[in-house]
Design a protein around this ligand. Structure first.
Ligand code: SAH
Length: 343
């Protein structure tokens, strides 16, 4: 059965026509799903009983079940959702001064194999559909009763490896008649799938692109991220420059600092050379140690030195506040553990 949440508004209009209904029905359904946030076709009371029956027979309405919910001392909430096919995914809700931000997963598992990330080692199972991505936001809003203002694609999975569904999800999230979250409040994070960065540049979506760089030379980056053997730093930055040229948008580079690995002044110097003159920002993340991981956090002193060096040399850099580390919900910590099902 088709998931009703997999349709963008335009697609749903076409779908309604194909089942002999008028296109305004699509707008009504969209409003029930994304404004009123109902969980069943029965609640869509301005649709005729006949149409409600027809919808029930032909479409599913994906409602996640919360398998587990953990709350951090800092207010961060981690959700483990049953996605209705025996698999489970995680989403994290973070509270910032500007509002609530959700970190969503884009795939069940991940193929990228970054050495420092807890998603590594979980077998890749499948892509999430656009409706399954959007449902993470709905399920958290339904649970908390509060509106989410920002969405970051930084959960499990590589969003640009599930390109079409991620773009479709963004169109639903962004649509004023959908979840109505401004594109500027949506970020996609990528490990660096170069061809898809060129594609994204042409989508005409005003979302923010974050690129997980994490190193200033190929040797170090390849030792941390196997994707670098496929698309090296030079190719990656060429794509980023083209992205900036086309979109006129600033890129955010993620750089997770690991002790004695990529955190000394030589690395900072190399990084300045690489990024000089680019419309960008560097987000420094104290690396989170994962089970059996060989990387450990840099000292606070080193992190500050690294940031100051970048700032003093014309590269805007900030240190990311770590949220939810006590519940394994911080950057790169997401993994589905203690779970008696397909992981
Ligand atoms: N696949 C995408 C998005 C998922 S990860 C990507 O690679 O960008 C979101 C961010 O968390 C990425 O920047 C990733 O490199 C970072 N990350 C992963 N593991 C981490 C860890 N152990 N400590 C700090 N950051 C980590």
């Amino acid at each position: 059965m088709k998931n009703i949440k997999d349709f963008s508004l335009e697609d749903l209009k076409q779908e309604m026509l194909s089942i002999g209904e008028k296109t305004f029905r699509a707008e009504q359904i969209f409003k029930w799903l994304y404004v009123d946030k109902v969980k069943s076709f029965d609640e869509m009371t301005n649709l005729s009983l006949d149409l409600r029956e027809k919808l029930k027979e032909n479409y599913s309405i994906c409602n996640y079940k919360i398998l587990k919910k953990l709350e951090s001392v800092d207010g961060t909430k981690k959700y483990l959702f049953d996605i209705l096919d025996g698999n489970a995914i995680e989403s994290v809700l973070m509270e910032y001064h500007y509002g609530k931000s959700i970190c969503v997963s884009s795939q069940v598992g991940c193929k990228m194999g970054c050495k420092f990330c807890a998603s590594t080692g979980i077998p890749f199972i499948r892509n999430l559909s656009s409706g399954e991505i959007v449902e993470q936001i709905l399920a958290v809003e339904q649970d908390t009763g509060e509106k989410i203002s920002n969405v970051v694609f930084m959960g499990i999975g590589e969003p640009l490896d599930n390109y079409d569904n991620v773009i479709k999800a963004i169109r639903i999230i962004n649509n004023q008649k959908g979840l109505n979250i401004g594109a500027r409040h949506i970020s996609i994070s990528t490990s660096g799938i170069v061809p898809r960065i060129y594609d994204l540049a042409k989508e005409n979506i005003q979302c923010t692109l974050s690129v997980s760089l994490h190193a200033s030379n190929d040797e170090t980056r390849s030792s941390m991220m196997p994707v670098n053997n496929r698309y090296n730093i030079e190719e990656l930055l060429k794509a980023c420059k083209e992205y900036i040229k086309i979109t006129n948008k600033r890129i955010s580079f993620e750089y997770a600092l690991a002790k004695d690995n990529n955190d000394n002044l030589e690395d900072a110097k190399e990084l300045v050379k690489l990024l000089k003159g680019m419309l960008c920002h560097v987000n420094l993340i104290p690396i989170n140690k994962i089970e059996n991981g060989k990387f450990t956090k840099s000292s606070n002193e080193n992190i500050i030195k690294f940031r100051d060096y970048l700032n003093d040399h014309g590269i805007v850099a900030t240190i990311r506040r770590e949220l939810g580390s006590d519940i394994d919900a911080a950057c790169g910590q997401l993994r589905r553990k203690n779970l008696d099902r397909n992981v």
